[in-house]
Design a protein around this ligand. Sequence first.
Ligand code: HSE
Length: 305
Amino acid sequence: MIEKTVRVCVPGTSANCGPGFDTLGVACTIYNELELTLLADEHLEIAVTGEGAGNIPGDARNIVWRSIRMLLRRAHVEEQYRGACIRMKNGIPLSRGLGSSAAAIVAGLKAANLILDNRFSRRELLQMATDLEGHPDNVAPAIFGGFTISVLHEGHPECFSFLPKLPLRLVVAVPSFPLSTRAARNVLPAEVPLKDAVFNVSRAALLVAALSKGNVHFLQHAFEDALHQPYRAKLIPGMYEVFQAAKEAGALGVSMSGAGPCLIAFTLEHAEEIGDAMVQTFGRYDVEARALMLKVDDRGVRIKK
Ligand code: HSE
């Protein structure tokens, strides 16, 4: 067998985007890179540099490797490729709400699929990635790029991806502490009041319409949420004060990024000032944070030349 090496680049993602709990997501211009060689022998070599190096398992528990194994199994070639050489260069902060696990899954699937000459479509990759991640709202933008609306029909994901008709900037305040998605989901109630569901449905619909038409006026209240942020606020000291500071500095809207602890401001201007205001306000609550200035990634996972 001739060994083939492929390289892919995958964007980080921010899920929920305010009102779109478990539904909306956006791909951001922050990336992980993966180099993969599949081996016939049962030999696994994993090297990680950058974000999370030292905290990412370098053995069979590794999520990139588990994703590769799933794709090989579904292609019925797992006996031909029993090992791999995996090199990861990570730019996406780990366990911060920027889709690092979705990026790892999508990178592994895409790279293995390339080696198999694209045996699976992007839709099939979305299904596998959702099966691994448990929800589609990070893996969908990591695969398709842009803003994505994901829907599950009896476990089968559908995804609509679009680019906002506005030069949107994404200012992300990254606290120095991690927060697991599981911990952030454990504080959510099983049921929510009808008025809160209506609050979110109306804003999620408005958000998608306003982004796709490029209507700034309607974005002013479109990033608000009543379904998950009120319950999770206790996990992120100063969250609502950081929201307020970002708005006062000129943000159109602010929300938790995924399950947090990153907070993300959506803006057309004053990105630096918004980032400074968010970091300083976090500081008042003894939370060390840094700001990332990002844009919307319009391509999703891709081959790295
Ligand atoms: N929609 C998910 C949540 C995203 O908020 O729990 C987790 O990455």
